[in-house]
Design a protein around this ligand. Structure first.
Ligand code: NAP
Length: 333
């Protein structure tokens, strides 16, 4: 089908995005764009009033797309999320309504794997803690036994969720001389060959890994996958990295494990809750490196995510199959 007649489709973009990123949407639709994320995290009251007439919704992971929202949006034909994870969206409710949900895999894989590696290095070499000591006047003379961290070469990295980002992280870790093991819902033979990696059950992986890096989506099965019992299985010298979603880890159990030295350190790009309040116990721990959910935050990556979200949305409005659909069973109906 050719270009859509402008104004034919009414689209809600939940939050402000740079105009250059959503130019295709502006060209093809009547787009109502919400406030900056700094003003409202969810769907603004103003946009909620426009839900009944919306054909399409371009959303961020801070907006809950649940049965209640869908009920108000009776005309909705496509939801497009500017993220790969869609845990904020009730996929079943969308599928039942015949609404395809777009997401943005692939374009953020390298940036997120870079961040996982950054956290792994920062946590193992105590970057933030030592930087703070030095800034605050506690540098002193070079001391042979001070600020010692953990090596990477020859150590074992356990990847939990060997999908796109898990594999990109394994690829980076291999270049640092690490050995790779993994756990995943289904076997990943290509990854096993590329990384000389063995698939283990989670319990086994936790007991033998020097580093554990989480890369599963957040789902009913993965919520609190790393709980007190899982942390207790890890080596006291192990380091946990989470760039997946905060609730994959039981935060209270992690605080207790880090305090007690049950594991050596953690590097987190995602937390539960988000944002993490300034008085949260995790901030008080020297052995916890925290980034504020910046896995995909590079200029190129965020632009590509927005453009892919627009591509998905326009395909849905045209009645075409979404290039990247998070609920493909919607097409079986
Ligand atoms: P992906 O390619 O779909 O990989 C997810 C992997 O997890 C798949 O291999 C999948 O196995 C596996 N998996 C799913 N459920 C599982 C379970 N219950 N137990 C074990 N393995 C399970 O997705 P991706 O692009 O790598 O992204 C992964 C996640 O990273 C996203 O869902 C998102 O939440 C998070 N993320 C975070 C950031 C950030 O800013 N920090 C950025 C991007 C993504 P199967 O192949 O068998 O289904």
């Amino acid at each position: 089908m050719g270009a859509m007649a402008k104004l034919a489709h009414r689209v809600i973009v939940t939050h402000q995005l740079p105009e250059e990123w959503i130019a295709d949407l502006r060209d093809n639709c009547n787009a109502l764009v919400g406030p900056p994320t700094s003003e409202v995290a969810g769907l603004s009251a103003e946009l909620q009033r426009h839900l009944p007439s919306a054909d399409g919704l371009l959303t961020l992971l801070t907006v809950k797309v649940d049965a209640e929202l869908l009920k108000k949006a009776q005309n909705l034909r496509v939801v497009s999320q500017m993220a790969v994870g869609v845990d904020n969206i009730d996929l079943n409710a969308c599928t039942q309504r015949g609404i395809p949900v777009g997401h943005t895999p692939g374009v953020l894989t390298d940036a997120t794997a870079d961040l996982a590696m950054l956290l792994l290095l920062a946590a193992s070499r105590r970057l933030l803690e030592t930087n703070r000591d030095a800034r605050e006047g506690r540098w002193g003379t070079w001391q042979p036994e001070r600020w010692l961290g953990a090596d990477l070469a020859g150590k074992t990295l356990g990847i939990v969720g060997m999908g796109a980002i898990g594999q990109a992280t394994a690829r980076r870790a291999k270049a640092f001389g690490m050995n790779i093991i993994y756990t995943n819902r289904s076997p990943k033979p290509a990854a096993e060959r590329e990384f000389d990696a063995t698939r283990l059950k989670l319990d086994e992986l936790l007991t033998v890994s020097d580093f554990v890096s989480l890369h599963t989506p957040l789902s009913a099965e993965t919520r609190h996958l790393i709980d007190a019992a899982a942390l207790a299985q890890m080596k006291p010298t192990a380091i946990l990295i989470n760039t997946a979603r905060g609730p994959v880890v039981d935060t209270d159990a992690l605080v207790a494990a880090l305090r007690a030295g049950q594991i050596r350190a953690a590097g987190l790009d995602v937390t539960d809750p988000e944002p993490l309040p300034p008085n949260h116990a995790l901030w008080s721990l020297d052995n916890c490196v925290i980034a504020p959910h910046i896995g995909s935050a590079t200029e190129n990556t965020r632009r590509k995510m927005a453009q892919l979200a627009v591509t998905n949305l326009l395909a849905g409005l045209r009645g075409e199959r979404l290039p990247h659909c998070a609920n493909p069973t919607v097409y079986e109906k």
